[in-house]
Each structure stands twice: as structure tokens, then as C-alpha cells.
Design a protein. Structure first.
Lengths: 196, 251
């Protein structure tokens, strides 16, 4: 059963709706004890990464999250939270995966936010992307991205610059796109996570 | 590559879709959820619901509709119409809408854009602009193009971008309903001027119009209503044709 960390960072209606459609059971995590009720954890998030981090710190759940050895999936800003640092508000993040969250620069000559369906190139050996082919489209909405890293990037995307669409370190996973809005491909990914 | 988006637009009133819908295998053409589901199955990249519910009391049905759509479909959607306060937007966000579009209320009180962007992020705020070409230039119109303002379309869009709108939905009232193609010249001008995504609206009559708008203006998305609802253009065929014309498309 999936536990969703409830720290007040944006709306999670679409995420819970997607889990319900897929028949995946879930519940909300509001306290440290709640983590024991679930065998995998999702950290959602939309909006400002710095603000989201502050809200997460305020819950007091940070030490517990860092110590988890169950599969954890950060989605969008939830993914950015597990990095070291975000240029959004120059904020320290959880530091679980040693990569940085950066802003799309004007030099790439692209529109920001990066909004819409873009192609993802997954690492075939990553179980989160099992059954997802190269160049599969996922739905993105973000102005900040996680730098490409040869060690921790498990799926990349190009938008003027090559960046991380998915990252992994041990049991911690993160995806920049919204699987709950990415049609069938997103549903495959959520099911993969549920069966890790 | 980031794909160009194809967006069907549905008019809803009191939680039901209006305008004739002509899908063969549709059990209830007035059910926005079933229609949305059909469109997502056909490969629509996103949906826009335009709420034309007249009274405030009946807006509760709109919230229920948004929830049902969010429960059932797995692609993003925008809802617009009658949003003039933060609490309207928040209710829609909490019901599962990915974006909201604002129009007249932002023209009357431009600070609304800043407030929405601050509260929910720029990615949540779409500015819909109805424009008409008058002898002295392109002018913003209100109430579905019936009331002209004093505001130049280009100036308004630039201001809105600075205030924090995340996307522009530009409807050419000169083209809307004519089926003579999108207003590619104006769309290119606007698209070159801003650094946020632009959705073209008004004038789609056939598949070639979609090829033209993407090739000539390079906008990010094209929206249409009746050509999709009446089955005059089938989305899978349209998308294949766009792809054959070297336009980046999600198939």
C-alpha cells in the first residue's frame, strides 16, 4: 500500500484519482508513525520548491524520510526535494541524491515553463521504467530542472539542454513529469512503482 | 522534442456539455466526462472546458464536474469561464483542474494575474484573450468578442506575461466560426513576442489549417471545438498527418 506524504504542497486530487483508477491502495502520511503503515512512499509536490521544502521541514518528517529504506517516489517538485539544492529561492533540499535543481536559462532559447508532452529516454535497467520505450512522451510542467548526472539519472529528456526526467539512488526515485497526467505511459510507471 | 498540442474545447453549462456533439459511439453527448474520456482515448493532448454557467449558485455543479473529469481522465485539462477571485480558482484546483483560464476579470483587474500566479504558480494561470482587428490595430474584446476595449492586444499580452501568466490562449474573433483557418500572421507575431506557450484558437476548418498554424506561426498548441465535436476532423488522422508533415506530435 502506498503512503502519500501530506505536507500541504499543492493539490494531490489528480494523483489519488490516478491511483484509484489503477486499483492501487493508498493513504495519507501525517506523522512519523504513519510511515509504518505503508510499504512504499510518494512525495508529491507542485509550486515553489523552496516553499515546499519549508513546509516539509515544518512537518518534522524530514529525518524519518531520509532514513527510509522502502521505495520512495518524488513527483515533480517532490523529486526536486530529494536533491541537494534548488535555485528556486536558493533553497537547501533534502540532500538524498547529490544533484542540483537549476532554472532553465534564457540561453537555451526555449519557452519557460517547459509545458507539454516531451520525449523521455529511460535507462532500460531501471525497474521504474520497465516496459517504457525510448522516446515515450510524458507530460511536463516546470520551470526548474534537475541536471543530467551519469550516475543518478535513470531517464533523460531534452529541452534546449539534456536534463533528468528520472533519477534514482538506491530506494529513492524521482520523476520530473507528472505520471498521473501522462496517459498510459504514466499509468505503467505508477504500476511499476507499486510493484517494485 | 516537445510536441505540439492538439486541444479540443468543450462548452459546459450547469455541468453538462452544450453545442451539438456528433460522436458515433457516444451514449450521452451531454456528459462531459464521457466526452473527455473519448477525446483522451483518441489522442487529444489536453482539454479545455469553457464554463458558460450563468448563475453563481449553479457553479457548484461545475466543481462536481471538474472532480468527475479529474477522476476519470489521464491527461491535463484547463477550466475557464467566470473565474474572478482567488477562491474560485482554489476550488477548481482542489477539484483536480490542472490550469484555469481567465479572461474578462483579468482585463478589469489585471492584479488578478499576479495574485493567482503568486498563490498557485504561473503554470496554473492561462490568460484567454479575445482579439479583433480594427482599423487602428488589434484590440482586446470582452464577453465573447461583443464588447471592444481600449486595450491593444499586443500590449495586454506583454503586460500579462510580466504579471505572471503561464500561457496565452489567443482567440481571433475575426476567424472564430469562419472555418477559414487560424489567424497565422497575428499568432506568429504574438508567439515571437512572448516567452511563454501560446495556444491558437479560432478558425479551424480542416486539417490543413492545423499544418499551417504550426508551420507558419510555430505556436505551441492549437485548439478547436466544432470540427472535433462533429467528427469533421478525427484526432488520430490529424495527428498522423501533422507527423507526416514533420511537425512534432505525440502519437
Amino acid at each position: 500500500m502506498i503512503g502519500i506524504v501530506n505536507y500541504g504542497a499543492g493539490n494531490i486530487f489528480s494523483l489519488t484519482a490516478a491511483l484509484e483508477r489503477l486499483g492501487l491502495k493508498y493513504g495519507m502520511i501525517n506523522s512519523e508513525a504513519d510511515f509504518d503503515l505503508y510499504d512504499r512512499i510518494i512525495i508529491p509536490g507542485v509550486g515553489h520548491a523552496g516553499t515546499a521544502m519549508k513546509k516539509l521541514v515544518d512537518t518534522g518528517l524530514v529525518p524519518k524520510i531520509k532514513s527510509l529504506n522502502k521505495p520512495v517516489l518524488g513527483i515533480c517538485v517532490g523529486m526536486q526535494l530529494i536533491t541537494d539544492f534548488s535555485e528556486e529561492g536558493n533553497s537547501q533540499m533534502l540532500g538524498i541524491i547529490p544533484v542540483k535543481t537549476l532554472r532553465f536559462q534564457e540561453e537555451i532559447c526555449k519557452k519557460v515553463p517547459h509545458m507539454g508532452w516531451n520525449q523521455v529516454y529511460p535507462d532500460n535497467s531501471c525497474p521504474l521504467f520497465k516496459g517504457i520505450k525510448n522516446e515515450t512522451y510524458f507530460y511536463f510542467v516546470h520551470s526548474y530542472f534537475i541536471e543530467f548526472n551519469s550516475k543518478f539519472t535513470v531517464a533523460f529528456c531534452n529541452y534546449g539542454i539534456k536534463f533528468s526526467a528520472g533519477i534514482q539512488r538506491d530506494n529513492f526515485y524521482g520523476v520530473q513529469f507528472h505520471p498521473e497526467k501522462s496517459g498510459e505511459a504514466g499509468e505503467i510507471l505508477l504500476k511499476n512503482f507499486a510493484h517494485l | 522534442m516537445l510536441a505540439k498540442r492538439i486541444i479540443p474545447c468543450l462548452d459546459v453549462k450547469d455541468g453538462r456539455t452544450v453545442k451539438g456533439i456528433n460522436f458515433v459511439d457516444l451514449r450521452d453527448a451531454g456528459d462531459p466526462v464521457e466526452l473527455a474520456w473519448q477525446y483522451s482515448r483518441q489522442g487529444a493532448d489536453e482539454l479545455v472546458f469553457l464554463d458558460i454557467t450563468a448563475t453563481h449558485e449553479k457553479r457548484k455543479t461545475t466543481i462536481e464536474m471538474v472532480k468527475s473529469v479529474a477522476r476519470q481522465i489521464n491527461i491535463p485539462f484547463t477550466i475557464g469561464g467566470g473565474i474572478s477571485e482567488l477562491k474560485d480558482a482554489e476550488a477548481l484546483l482542489n477539484a483536480g483542474a490542472d490550469k484555469i483560464s481567465i479572461n474578462s476579470a483579468a482585463v478589469r483587474r489585471p492584479e488578478l494575474i499576479n495574485e493567482l500566479a503568486e498563490a498557485f504558480g504561473v503554470q496554473f494561470v492561462v490568460l484567454a484573450v479575445d482579439t479583433k482587428n480594427l482599423p487602428h490595430g488589434d484590440v482586446v474584446h470582452l464577453n465573447g468578442g461583443r464588447i471592444p476595449t481600449e486595450i491593444k492586444t499586443q500590449d495586454w499580452i506583454k503586460e500579462a506575461e510580466e504579471r505572471g501568466t503561464g500561457e496565452i490562449l489567443l482567440t481571433s474573433m475575426d476567424k472564430d466560426g469562419t472555418k477559414s483557418g487560424f489567424d497565422n500572421v497575428l499568432l506568429k507575431q504574438i508567439n515571437d513576442m512572448v516567452s511563454i506557450p501560446v495556444i491558437a484558437s479560432g478558425g479551424a476548418g480542416n486539417a490543413q489549417d492545423f499544418i499551417d498554424v504550426f508551420q507558419q506561426s510555430d505556436v505551441d498548441a492549437a485548439l478547436a471545438a466544432s470540427v472535433f465535436h462533429y467528427g469533421e476532423i478525427l484526432i488520430p488522422e490529424l495527428k498522423q498527418l501533422l507527423k507526416n508533415n514533420q511537425i512534432e506530435i505525440r502519437l
